[in-house]
Design a binder for this molecule. Sequence first.
Ligand code: ATP
Length: 331
Amino acid sequence: MEKVLEIRNLRVYFYLTEGTVKAVDGVSLDIRRGEILGLVGESGCGKSVTAQSILRILPESARIVSGEIVFSRNGKAIDLAKLDPEGEEIRDIRGKNISMIFQEPMASFSPVYTVGAQMMEAILLHENVSKEEARRRVVEMLKKVKIPNAEKVVDMYPFELSGGMLQRCMIAMAMSLNPTLLLADEPTTALDVTIQAQILYLMKELQKEYKSSILLITHDMGVVAQMADRVAVMYLGNIVETAEVFELFKNPLHPYTQALLRSIPKIGVRKTRLETIRGMVPDPYNLPTGCKFHNRCERFMKGLCDVKEPPEVEVMPGHKVKCFLYGGEKE
Ligand SMILES: Nc1ncnc2c1ncn2[C@@H]1O[C@H](COP(=O)(O)OP(=O)(O)OP(=O)(O)O)[C@@H](O)[C@H]1O
C-alpha cells in the first residue's frame, strides 16, 4: 500500500541545563494512505515529540539530531526533517496537507476570536476563496461534525462551548482542508467516557469519508483496539513492536507489549488493583544500555539484553519486533 509518510531512524534530543533527554532515539515508522496507525506507549515515551517533529513544531530546546521524515505531497517526496521550521514550505504543509488535533481543544483556539473566525482564517490562508465561501464551508464542516445550531455556533467564542463541542470544532478545523494526514494526540483523553466514544466514532466516519490517514497517539489500548488498523508500540524513544491491530492483540511478542495488554481492565474480571508494569521507568537523563526495557523485563537475558540493542526482526509479514527472544543476536 502507498505510504504517505516514512520516518527513518529519527533522533530528537532535548538539550537542557540538567542534561540531554533522548526523547526520540531511532524511530522508524510508515503511515500508509487511508489507514489509522495507533502510536501507543506510556507517558513520556516520546509519542508527542514524534508528532511535533513531523510538523516541525518542537519546543526551542529540542533538535532533530538525525533521520528523515519523508512526506509524499502531490507525488513529490519532501524530507520534512530538512525544512526550515519557520519557512514557507512547512507553513504551507501545516493545516493544508498535515493537520493536528490536541488533547486540549483550548490550546488550538484563541479565546479572543470566534470559533468561526478562526476556522475561516485557516481556509483563507491556504485557499483562494471569498470570505462568504469560507464561512459557508465552516458552517458545512460544523454540521458534518454534528454540531447542533451550526449557524449560531460559528459566531460563538470558545468559552461558550463545552469541551466535547469544542473538540468537535477542532476536528472540523483540522479536516476543513481535507489533509492527507491527521495527527491526533490523545484527542479524547480530556473528555468523559460517553463523549470520548462519540468523538472517536466521528473521527472514524470522517476518516473513511475523506480517505485521510491518521496517526492516533494514545496511551489507551482500548482506544487502539477500537480505532486503529495497525499499531506501533513505543518505549523510551523507540518503536519496539509494529503489527496489524488484530495480530498485535492476538499475538503480542514484545514483553513490553504483553505487559501493556495485561494492564487493560477486563469486563467481568474482578481485580482489586489494575496490574501495573513492574519496575521503574528509567531516568530520562540516564537511559539503560542495550534494550531500554531490560531492567523491567520478566524475560531479561543477562549479558545480552543489557549489552546490545536488539535489531528489528520481522517475525511474520508485517509483524516486526525489537527483542532478542525472536533472534537478532548475531547481527
Ligand atoms: N518541552 C520539553 N522540554 C524538555 N523535555 C521535554 C519537553 N517535552 C517533552 N520532553 C521530554 O521528552 C520525552 C518524551 O516526551 P513526550 O511528551 O513525547 O512523551 P509522550 O509519550 O507523548 O507522553 P505524554 O502522553 O505524557 O505526552 C520525555 O522524557 C519528556 O520529559
